[in-house]
Design a protein around this ligand. Sequence first.
Ligand SMILES: Cc1ncc(COP(=O)(O)O)c(C=O)c1O
Length: 480
Amino acid sequence: MTEQPATQHHAAQHPITDWAGFGFDTRQVHAGEYPDLNTGLRVPPIALSAGYVFDDFDDQVDRFAGRSIDPIYSRQGNPTNGVAEARLASLEGGVATVAVSSGQAAISSALFALAKGGDHIVSTASIYGGTRILFGRSFARFGIDVDYVWDAEDDAEWQRAIRPNTKAIYTETIPNPRNDVTDLRRIAAVARRFNLPLVVDNTVGTPALIRPIEHGANIVVHSTTKFLTGHGAAVGGAIVDGGTFDWEAAERAGRSFPLITDVKPGLGSMVDRFGAGAYARATREAVVNDIGPSLSPFNGFLLHQGMETLSLRMERHVASSLAIVAWLEQQPEVLSVDYAGLPSSPLYELAARDYGVVSARVAGAGGAAGAGGAAGGEAGAGGEFAGARTGSVFGVTVRGGIDGARAFVNGLRVFSRMTGIGDTRSMVIHPLSSTHATFAPEINDRLGITPGLLRLSIGLESAADLITDLRTGLDAAARV
Ligand SMILES: Cc1ncc(COP(=O)(O)O)c(C=O)c1O
C-alpha cells in the first residue's frame, strides 16, 4: 500500500519580519525569509500557484471575511512576493509593503487608494516623464487632477496649489534626468501642515542611499525594475506604508480617506483591523486585488534576491558616478553636468545633508583611466574630493545641441542606447526625443530638457572602460 502523507495544516508560512535592530546589510539578506518546513530549502522558492487550499469550510469563510490574513488567491498575495515585501518594508523602515507588477502600477495603486474621481493631487514638477504622462492622461481621464509646484521652497506656491479636495502630495527623491534632489523634510512639513500624506518615489535613491520615511514621507513607491531587482531582467513595483500617517486625525480635519477609515459592519475599519498598516492593507485589498496589477512570483523572486546585494551595488554605482561626473565636468565638449552630489552643484549642501558624503576620485586622475586631471578647483591632490551620494542617474549636456547629442550617443559602445535606468549595465538616452517627447516645448524648457541633454545611468562595468567610452562619444560630438 502506498504511504499517504499526513494531513497538513495549510496556513501560509508567514515571512520572518523580526529583524529590527540588525544592520541594513543583514536585513537586505535576511528580512522576510521564511522557513520552508517541508523541504528545508534555504532560498525562499518561487511559489507558482494561482491559489491556496483552505483547511476547511470555516477557514475559507474566515479568509474571505477578512478575519484571517492567510492568502486567498495570488492576485492579492503570494509567499514569494511576501519575502520581497517584508524585506523592502524593513529596508525602507516601513510597516508593510505591497508588491505590484511595475513602477507605474505602484504609483497608480498608491494614489488610487487615496484619491477618487473628483479629487486632486499636488506633485512637484520635476518627476519621471512617464509619471507626468500618467497624471496628464490616465489620471485626468479618471477625473483625478494633478497640479504641479515648480518651486518646492515657495510656501505660497504650495498654499495656492493645495485645495480642500487634495488627497496627497507626490514627489521623488532623485528626479531624473536632472538629479535635482528634493528637500523631503521641507515638503513633509507642508504635507503635515495640510493633513496630507506624502508619497515619495524612491526608485533612483533606493533605501541604501536615502530612506524617505526617516525624512517625513508617509508612503514610498518604487519601480523595482531598477536598482532593487538590479539586473534589468524583471519589471516590478512596490508600495511601502510608513505607518506614520494618522488617517483618523486627517478625517477629523476634513480630509477623508474612505478606503482606510470607513467602518465595515462586523469588522471595523482598516485602521481598527490593521493599525499602522491600514493603508497597505487597503491598497492590497481594495485597489490591487480589484484592478489586478499583481506581481508575478517569478519577478518577486528576482526582486527579493536582487535586494540581497543592494547596498554593495549602490556603493559601486555611486563611486563610479562620482568619478565620472567629476571627469565629465572638465571636458571641453561638455556644457554642464547635473549631479547634485558634485561640490559645484547648487544642490550640493542639501545632497550632502540627506545623502551623506564619500571620498571620491576624479576618473583618470593619477592615470587610472582616460583623460582628465584634478576637478575644477574642488579636487585635492590626486583628484580626490568629497562627493554626496546622489545615485547614478544624471544629465550631461554636450555642445552642439541635437547634432552633438546624436554623434555622442552613436559614438558609444559600452553604454547601451536604451530606455531604462538602474541596472548592472550603463545606459544612455536623449530625453527630449524620448521620455519627454510628448510635452509642450515650454514645459520642457522649464524642466531644463534641452536638445543637447543626455541621461546617463552608470552601471557596474569598470569605470575606466566607461570613461574611455565617454571619451570616444565626446570625440564624435566634437567633430560635428
Ligand atoms: C522614477 C521612476 N518611477 C517610476 C518608473 C516606472 O517604472 P516601471 O517602468 O517599472 O513601470 C520609472 C521608470 O523609469 C522611474 O524612473
